[in-house]
Design a protein. Sequence first.
Length: 312
Amino acid sequence: MRSLLVTGGAGYIGSVMVPVLLEAGYRVRVLDNLRKGAAGLVPMSGHPSLEVMRGDVRDEATVRQAIADMDAIIHLAAIVGFPACQKDPWLAQQVNLEATRLLDQIRGTRVPLVFASSLSNYGAGARERCTEAMAPEPLTLYGRTKLAAEQLLLASGNTVVFRPATAFGLSPLMRLDLLLNDFVYRAVRDRRLVVYEPDYMRAFLHVGDFGRAFLFALEHLPAMRDQVFNLGDESLNVTKRELARRIQQHVACEVEYSETGRDPDQRNYVVDFSKLRSTGFRVARTLDDGIVEVGRAAPLLDVFNPYSNAFF
């Protein structure tokens, strides 16, 4: 297996993942509509093993061309998060579910696929520790489309499904709407944080560990095939209050805990990652790593950002 198709490979996560795959010796084809631009791929644009296709994952002819002669697929392309899905429900349904259905039909069962689903599938989750064995109860369109997509892929087989924690850390295509990135950026810029629902528990994962995990799945397919894995680590399960306190250890800022404000999809869960850990995979980056790197970069991020108006 040496040739990979990465859908959505020009985004926040793909821009960090693709170099990991190239360094591991894979030939990588990225299929992306480049709606947010191609800045994330520019640093590696001269790599002889990288091919970029500008196209829509909903278009059958484009998908057939993209899959041709590929040994495996990493499926990242999606309308991500509650706000974006709420803004255009039809588009979310088409990209997150119907495009996945099209991709699955064209790949058949020959080509293995590693899918980026979401911990949002679990819904509120506070009632118990979230494991892969529990029945998901998504509260949002985003969660429902991701759950439906992973179910159809698993029904076809030759699939590994990851339910990743909320990403953080630097990427060539930066996202400041993600919780940790947003908190650190505001702490540096405003020297003040306003935190609502401070005791809600969230799970996090450094963006660099996404690439490592998907590469690990490709290289351990016999052991991981046709299974779901929560992607993250218990050490990165923290409340918003604890996250704010950790940021204060690195950035001098005031923190106000507010009684107003609400997370639309009510993410409040303790996630169990022991199943993935049993395969031998370990995360490499900590919350403090992300806080430090985003904090150092924050003065450079005070420019137009394609995600800057998004609501985390």
